[in-house]
Design a protein around this ligand. Sequence first.
Ligand code: PLP
Length: 430
Amino acid sequence: MNTLTSQQLFEKAQHYIPGGVNSPVRAFRAVGGSPVFIKSAKGPYIYDEDGNEYIELINSWGPMILGHAHELIQKAVQDAIQHSFSFGAPTRREVEMAEQIVSMVPSIEKVRMVNSGTEATMSAIRVARGFTGRDKIIKFEGCYHGHGDSFLIAAGSGAVTFGTPDSPGVTRGVANDTLTAPYNDLNAVQQLVDANKNHIAALILEPVVGNMGCVLPEEGFLQGLRKICDEEGIVLILDEVMTGFRLSKGGAQERFGITPDLTTLGKIIGGGMPVGAYGGKAEIMNWVSPAGPVYQAGTLSGNPIAMAAGLAMLNYLNEHPEVYTRLEEAGKRLASGFRTSMQKLGLNYTLNQIGSMYTLFFTDQPVTDFSAAKSSDLILFGKYFHAMLNKGIYMGPSQFESMFLSTALTDGHIDTIVSANEESLKEILS
Ligand code: PLP
C-alpha cells in the first residue's frame, strides 16, 4: 500500500504541531508506524491522501452512526450555513435540540449544550460539587472522561489511597480530590465512600466503557452504584459521550435500566460537528448559571451549524428504530464471524461486544477491568492493526479503544472485516 503522501504530511506536521497531530492517539504511537492522513469519507468508506480506500471502524470515534456524510446531515448543514455560522445569542434550534434530547433520554429534564465531551464532564462535576457542597469525585481506572484536570488521575496503590496526577501540569491539589476504583468492583467503591463520608460529590463512569477497549458492566454493577449513590447523597453521572444514542435510542442507561442524576453527551449529538452536552435532574441543573450560582459558559455553545447537524441526526434516530435493529445485527454478525475464525485457528482471545461496539483483546483473560485489559499482548495488537490496515480496514490505533460500527456497513462489509480479521490473525501468528 502506498502511503507516501501521508508520510510526507506527517513529517511536515511534526514541525508545526506537537507530535504532528491535534489529538495524541492519532499519531499511531501505540502501534508504531506513521498515521494515514484522511482526505474524505462517504458512507462506510474513508479515503486517505494517497487515494487508499478503507472500511471505517472508527467513525470519528462514534458519531458517524449512519456512516459518513449522510445526505440528511449534509443538507441540514448546507441549509444552516446560509444564515451565518455563529451568533452568540439564543436560537430556535437550541430549544428544539434540548427538547429532543429530553424526549429521548428520560433521566434528562434539563440540558446545557457545550462544545466537547471534555467540557461536558468538567461542567457536570462542577455542578455536582456546587449542588452537594462537597469536593471529591470517584472515577474508575481506565475510564476516560476527556482531558479535564480532575480526570487525568491514575489509581493509587490501594483502593482507598488518593489519586496521583497522570500528566504533568495537573496539580496534586486537584488530584487529591479524585478517587479511583477498579471498574466492576462495587466493594472498592463502597470502601472509598466509607473512608470519605460526606466528602464525595459525584461518581462518574462510562456505563459501557469504550476507553480501555470495550468493557461491559457486570450484572448488578450499575444498579449497585445507583444504590450507593442514593444512600450517600452522591450525584451519579453517566458519561455517555460514546454510548449515548448508540447503544439504544436512550443510550446505555435505557439499555441497562439505570437512571443517573446527570448524563454527559458529545460527538453524536453534533452529527460529527464539535458538540457536547450535560443534563439531568432539574433540581441539579437549576444550579447552572444564570438559573443558579454555578458558572459555566461558551461563546460557541449551541453553535447553529452544530445544532442543525445534531438535530437532523437525533430526529432521524428518533424516527427510525430500525437503525438500532441494524446495529445489533451487524455487531452480532461480526462477533459470530470473529468467534468462528478464532475457533478455527485454535485461539482464545477475548472479544467484548455489545451492539455496535467491540474490541478484540489479545489476552485469554476475561476483560472486565483495566488491569485485565492491560494483560493484552500490545506488540501483537500492533502487528494485527497494521495487518488489518493493509487489508483496507481502518481501526482505532490502540488495543485500548472500542471499534464503532455504522448502519452504512452492509452484511458484505461485515463479512469482509471478518475475513480480514481471520487472515490478519493467521499472518501475525505464523
Ligand atoms: N467521555 C468519553 C466517554 C469519551 O470517550 C470522550 C472522548 O473520547 C470524552 C469524554 C471527551 O470528549 P471530547 O474528546 O469531545 O472532549
